[in-house]
Design a binder for this molecule. Sequence first.
Ligand SMILES: Cc1cc2nc3c(=O)[nH]c(=O)nc-3n(C[C@H](O)[C@H](O)[C@H](O)COP(=O)(O)O)c2cc1C
Length: 324
Amino acid sequence: MKTRITELFDIEHPIIQGGMHYVGLAELASAVSNAGGLGILTGLTQPTPKDLAREIARCREMTDKPFGVNLTFLPTVNSPDYPGYVDAIVDGGVRIVETAGRNPQEHLPKLKQAGVRIIHKCTSVRHALKAQKIGCDAVSVDGFECGGHPGEDDIPNMILLPRAAEELEIPFVSSGGMADARSLVASLALGAEGMNMGTRFIATKEAPVHDNVKQAIVAASELDTRLVMRPLRNTERVLNNAAVERVLQKERDLGDKLKFEDIYNEVAGVYPRIMREGEMDAGAWSCGMVAGLIHDIPTCEELVGRIMRDAEALIRSRLGGLLG
Ligand SMILES: Cc1cc2nc3c(=O)[nH]c(=O)nc-3n(C[C@H](O)[C@H](O)[C@H](O)COP(=O)(O)O)c2cc1C
């Protein structure tokens, strides 16, 4: 399947694995790229730019296909050394960056000068237009369904994607709630040139996380996520657990007076305990409603292959057949 996204990133299939904290390591990114999609390392999971440089080198040993690096500009307790991470990306010869969170403008000149293609992930048409204006090559349009940070507008992809198609000139992929061939074909119908998946790629054999995390996703239904940190305007969609129930109770009790410090224990620095140790109640971790559509733990090759085969059958047989 050829789309503007497969052309832009020189990949076989229009499927991207979004950056994920403590999940987007070389094992997963290389497996997705080897399967013909676009794998993405998560920059900030590496504690320093030097560590990111090592992870890029490790990923390159595991695949000769294109892969990218995610740079997330979100409110964090101590601001990371972003220029250092940008240097590690450029010096490491990476040619694709997924930016997310705040406006990435100040880092674009250096990246673009090095020939890096930028796909900015955002949750609204106005932010997508801004990304287009500042010179991003593509956007990933993250609907309200998504695992992680859906923003504050709460517009699901059934509306957000066609709205993006009405306004944007640069290509975009759908993101949030995507799991299978139906997601891909629907995304293409709504104007996207491919799809980005997060949660679905965690439940794969190669995802370098504890088996408890994969089993939790398979066991979860579409009813099992919650939105936390809305009072802080830093909304995150997470899988419900005991820590999330505590956060929600504090949000109800404190209302507008809630501060980040009140929920620090439940949300800060919890990823290593969850993703590596499999302590599923250690804190709040991002997970999409799409967990309800995830019933197995395939390899990335099986997953991507299945999506592309089923998408072809859907387009040729089901949709084509409707036309008689
Ligand atoms: C566990 C987890 C961690 C994530 N961490 C990041 C991150 O560090 N930076 C980022 O830009 N997006 C992050 N995301 C969002 C994903 O890249 C992607 O946009 C999102 O998962 C899409 O929604 P889906 O889960 O419904 O597929 C994360 C998502 C999950 C599930």
